[in-house]
Design a protein around this ligand. Sequence first.
Ligand SMILES: [Fe+2]
Length: 295
Amino acid sequence: MARIIGGVASTHVPSIGKAIAENKQNDPYWRPFFRGFDYVHDWLAREKPNIAVVFYNDHGLNFFLDKLPTFAVGAADQYRNEDEGWGIPVSRAIAGHPALSWHIINGLVADEFDVTMCQDMLIDHAVTIPMALMWPGAAAAKASPAKPWPVRIVPVEINTVQHPLPSLARCLKLGRSVGRAIESYPENLRVMIVGTGGLSHQLDGKRAGFINKEFDRFCLDHVVGEPEVLTRYSIHDWVEQSGAQGVEFLNWMAMRGALTGQVSELHRNYHIPISNTAAATVVYENRKEAERKAA
Ligand SMILES: [Fe+2]
């Protein structure tokens, strides 16, 4: 059976892609952020996932304001990136796992999430940048075919762009439904869950540059063991506390929901600012009850 080994969440700011392209990982501005991935690399090398289910929000590459699903699941053989206009290199395509995608879609619809099903889907920087951070070098378009991405992906898009947005509670439930579906999939897979975006930031309006360190810490402290506490906030409360784009935390809530066992925080890196954004990177372990008893 497929097994959910844990989760990683990361900021996905486009300027990270530029820093990678220009090899600025050790510059004083970037070093505190990139060093936060050292632990992630060790964890990935140890745990060896072969599937990543990625909760993210599209910024206009695959969906635009004219047609924007609240939830969409990719069911493609592979997912391509294209030039989004940020001046960052186009990422190499990432293979999908259509059979697992359809299994997850069936589980979601059975749980009354009426998702959009995408057999052709572009992935934007909200997927490609966290992937490039987790597996340095793999995104380069000219990377050796003999060294492919080490995981296949199932992208799950959540609308954090055009209001009305889904609630935090709804995204937590979405994640739980995805987690149940993964664990009922018969193939022997090691699945990691990824949530991208956040934390607090606002890119426009009178509060452009807004960051709320105290609220970010509150979120990081509660999302691991008490995610329900965060569901008490409405989306408008969240915008007030975390900024207009801080609502990308919905992807983190879905990621947390998909971790179905005993969840503990293995790693946290929080750094201000990366391009007007509070940058956070976490690794969560997901252990089944039986494993805990055996340990
Ligand atoms: Fe974003």
